[in-house]
Design a protein around this ligand. Sequence first.
Ligand SMILES: Nc1ncnc2c1ncn2[C@@H]1O[C@H](COP(=O)(O)OP(=O)(O)O)[C@@H](O)[C@H]1O
Ligand SMILES: CC(=O)OP(=O)(O)O
Ligand SMILES: [Mg+2]
Length: 405
Amino acid sequence: MAHGRRSGGERVLVLNSGSSSVKYQLLDMADHSRLASGLVERIGEGAGRLAHTPAGGERREREADLPDHRAALRAAAGELAADGLGLDAPELVAVGHRVVHGGRAFTEPTVVDERVLAEIERLVPLAPLHNPANLAGIRTAMDLNPDVPQVAVFDTAFHTTLPEHAARYAIDTATADDHLIRKYGFHGTSHAYVSRRTAALLGREPAEVNVIVLHLGNGASASAVAGGRCVDTSMGLTPLEGLVMGTRSGDTDPAVVFHLARVAGMDVADIDALLNQRSGLVGLCGDNDMREVLRRRAEGDAEAGLAFDVYIHRLRKYIGAYCAVLGRVDAVAFTAGVGENAAPVRAAAVAGLEGLGIEVDGAANTAPGGGPRLISPEHARVAVAVVPTDEELEIATQAYALVGS
Ligand SMILES: Nc1ncnc2c1ncn2[C@@H]1O[C@H](COP(=O)(O)OP(=O)(O)O)[C@@H](O)[C@H]1O
Ligand SMILES: CC(=O)OP(=O)(O)O
Ligand SMILES: [Mg+2]
């Protein structure tokens, strides 16, 4: 039974495969409307869960046996088919995949073939949590419909414009070259989309404005975008560097690793798990969800208060650093789950930065609102904005530009 509207227009399915979840959206490219969206969670963890929402229809939730990504994607495809939106529909012109690590090989969205699959596979050691899931998503979608083009859209692509002095770590050149060690940066689809939307909010062309984008989700990263080109970003070789995140430490002294190995007897896998999964907000206070951190802090919980302070101090340092990198800043844009929703984080991050021309208006910052909006006072030199990200729309748009009619 088909729900909602049906158009004869061309559709793109977007898959964002994470380590234990798959998010998907089916978009009508004629008007960018959402035909269906869903989330498959707890893949490989016993009782999996699937939530599917067709446009104009009821959200459907169910438990499912999801031993791996293949099973997850098949379950999602089944839900789409039940709405008459299956992967075999002739309207489907592309499947767009978020691929986290594209190394230096991929600077543009790319139609997937065997060579591309092999290159994404080769980059697995640089994104061990993300790239294998992305590959599984691509392979399963190929099985489900071998005739529709699969387009990989890389998180790293927007950052390939980084100048060498920002991308290089100051380590032995031969070692760095042999092992592909440099700053790649991530969340590029979001940084690209949000920097463009911020320019539009200011009524200007992307080429005319310098923007600091703060993507604060579970993973978090900052970028400095000069005239539409990314010139610095906080994530590095992997998505571990930079800001304090839900479960990741962000910047630490690299000697922490040697120290833990020598003194605590931890091996590489232990330290990797510590810094990626048991650090950040969860490491500091036991909660990785900023909503919980804010609630506990408001009740006077000291651990949550310190976790918040560490998170904010790091964020404020990156804002200051990117002011220096850009020289002139036109806008600071907050985005993703925390950036779009947590007014206290936004207020604290820019508190004391009036000297840099950066401040928020208390009422504008806390006013409810969904779309892109300014939260700085009229007189401020730098526009501060909340600009909701839409990685799925950006991926669909890029995939469609490549293969749509
Ligand atoms: N109202 C809110 N206040 C504070 N934080 C929020 C709010 N809503 C969502 N978040 C935060 O956003 C995070 C998820 O952000 P999101 O961009 O969806 O992440 P991801 O795409 O990496 O899963 C959650 O961990 C939560 O901490
Ligand atoms: C690259 C990255 O950190 O992605 P996410 O925020 O989805 O974990
Ligand atoms: Mg995200």
